[in-house]
Design a protein around this ligand. Sequence first.
Ligand code: HMG
Ligand code: MG
Length: 299
Amino acid sequence: GLPDHVTIYEVGARDGLQNEAAVVPVEVKAEFLHRLAAAGLPVLEATSFVHPKWVPQLADAADLLNRLVRAEGVDYPVLVPNERGLDRALEAGVSHVAIFGSATETFAKRNLNRTLDEQFAMFAPVVQRALSAGLRVRGYVSMCFGDPWEGAVAPEQVASVARRLVEMGCHQLSLGDTIGTGTPGHVDAVLDACVAAGVPVRQLAVHFHDTYGQALANTLTALRRGVRTVDASAGGLGGCPYAESATGNLATEDLVWMLDGLGIGHGVDLDALVGTSVWMAEQLGRPSPSRVVRALTGG
Ligand code: HMG
Ligand code: MG
């Protein structure tokens, strides 16, 4: 059945802005996060401590966290791929980190410069040290549905990567449809494989990119299966610079509209959120691709 409440994990400031052609000024990023917190979002993925040459858009991670006025009760996770990233994140005073693994060999190489197996060796000390420092740890699995180089990805392969990250100690795992090719039947198959591999559904989150317009249908499928955390980005910002054909994430506004219709609680003020996305679209110089933002603003 469907839940009474869903936790929205907002990725706009990270997944959204990492893919912008122009570098967004750090003050604008801070203001974006302040506005998202004021709109009631409980979790704001703020930035990434990755190599600044790999993702120049987020090279200001330390500066951003330094400027950020953290709202009471809001969680600000950051991406860290390796120990160097963890060191930088700890220095910035974070309490929640996310490692990001790949379900496919090609994307592990392109996104992390590691083989599929080598990625685990890179993550293990990060997770271990983060846990002993008392941090929360999320693990992403990318390319859980389709991969631009390898095509359809076997659900068992996804489940095996997911299981290794849970065994490593990740509190939560986010299953990423990085390029947005997944459809509801495929979501069921991936969740079946994860459960069969011993990954508890309550530890799973879903992360859908909306490239093919399937993100909401996929989300509803996951909610019916017991998933209670959904990743989304304000205004539908997003993509991945190392994945061809990845466009924005499921728009947070589109998700909120569906949850409202289903009577599922989320704690977000839709008007304030839409106002934030309209403001951000002005900063970026182009309209939000979110259907709900457009419908509510006559766009
Ligand atoms: P590498 O070149 O193999 O790095 O990159 P290395 O370990 O060989 O180190 C080389 C140099 O980089 C060293 O410096 C390190 O100190 C430095 P040197 O000793 O030569 O002077 N270095 C760093 N500096 C700052 N911060 C760091 C860092 N690490 C090493 N963290 C690496 C490996 C993982 C660093 C690189 O591949 C990388 O940064 N990749 C990140 C790519 C990325 O951010 N992609 C987007 C996020 S994933 C995504 O969007 C998908 C998701 O949304 C889910 C979905 O949609 O599916 C999460
Ligand atoms: Mg993503």
